[in-house]
Design a protein around this ligand. Structure first.
Ligand code: ZN
Length: 159
């Protein structure tokens, strides 16, 4: 069957950046299962998969607007080191959940000075143009429960 709303789709994919470096891949792993039309995957990829069927292969270029968004400078913030009370040693690359006015935010430490920590709340792939090589493995009708939950119950994703 062809991919349309409320199908559970299984794909293998390789994600590369504009330089051809591999960022993520399902190669050698279980395929990615998602519920089509439920925003389980980024809009630019979901759109291109509509109407495809098992056996189809596609190459998709996704702009930041239809991927993980543009980088937002206001999500880069300086926080006093004292706010990290209880953390032994704050270092670049560490990830934290931060409570903000807009709810919980996932941030990555990008710089640490004597008394100030710079954190970045942008998605690591924000601002990136993404290249996906995708092969469609399987397409099936979603169950009522899957549609109600907004995600597939396939492989290890039953919940
Ligand atoms: Zn569920």
């Amino acid at each position: 069957m062809v991919i349309r709303e409320n199908c559970v789709v299984s794909i293998h994919y390789t994600l590369t950046d504009k330089d051809g470096d591999v960022l993520d891949s399902s190669e050698g792993k279980e395929p990615l299962h998602y519920l089509h039309g439920a925003s389980n995957i980024i809009p630019g990829l979901e759109k291109e998969l509509t109407g495809k069927e098992p056996g189809d292969q596609l190459s998709v270029i996704v702009n930041p607007e239809e991927g993980y968004g543009k980088r937002q400078q206001q999500l880069v913030q300086q926080v006093p080191l004292a706010a990290f009370d209880g953390v032994d040693q704050v270092a670049a690359g560490m990830q934290f959940q931060a409570e903000t006015d807009n709810g919980t935010m996932h941030v990555i430490v990008t710089d640490v000075s004597d008394d100030t920590v710079t954190v970045d709340g942008n998605h690591p792939l924000a601002g990136e143009t993404l290249h996906f090589d995708v092969s469609v493995e399987k397409v099936r009708e979603a169950t009522e429960e899957e549609v109600a939950h907004g995600h597939p119950h396939e492989g290890s994703q039953a919940h």
